[in-house]
Design a protein around this ligand. Structure first.
Ligand SMILES: Cc1cc2nc3c(=O)[nH]c(=O)nc-3n(C[C@H](O)[C@H](O)[C@H](O)COP(=O)(O)O)c2cc1C
Length: 128
């Protein structure tokens, strides 16, 4: 999954990330701070975030692994003279409580119980 330069810049500057999963009763949105996303970064098309809680999110992903993340920054130059861009990142996610990703996250964030791992399938810029 190749990220274009504008998307990389938004990842560098987004203050937070919204994370949406689905349940029988509807969508469920949680969040992560952007600096936590940047700590591990996006590796081989996979986003890794520290799971402190994300309990409902974990339950949702067990039944339906589809996940959407939103990142945005008003500071990124979109086109000549215009600022602001955001991306909807769609993919499949799970909470991993052990294994390489969980170890990586716990080394950086000792409070984490595991890793939220999202494999990217699609990235769309939301402002034209
Ligand atoms: C800006 C922001 C950053 C957050 N960062 C994290 C985080 O890195 N890890 C985490 O587990 N929860 C984080 N939270 C809390 C979650 O969004 C969520 O409320 C909590 O984990 C409960 O998840 P659940 O509703 O899926 O059980 C953050 C919340 C906000 C508003």
């Amino acid at each position: 999954m190749e990220l274009d330069e504008q998307c990389k810049e938004v990842i560098e500057k987004t203050e937070w990330v919204s994370i949406t999963t689905s349940s029988e009763i509807g969508p469920h949105t949680v969040a992560a701070w952007g600096y936590r996303l940047r700590k591990i970064g996006i590796r081989d098309g996979v986003i890794v975030l520290p799971a402190g809680k994300y309990i409902q999110t974990e339950n949702n992903l067990k039944k339906d692994s589809r996940i959407q993340l939103l990142i945005a920054s008003g500071e990124v130059h979109r086109t000549e003279g215009k600022k602001g861009q955001g991306y909807r990142i769609s993919g499949r996610g799970e909470i991993q409580l052990e294994g390489a990703m969980a170890d990586l996250v716990k080394a950086e964030f000792p409070w984490a119980r595991g890793a939220l791992v999202a494999r990217i399938e699609k990235i769309e810029a939301l402002i034209s």
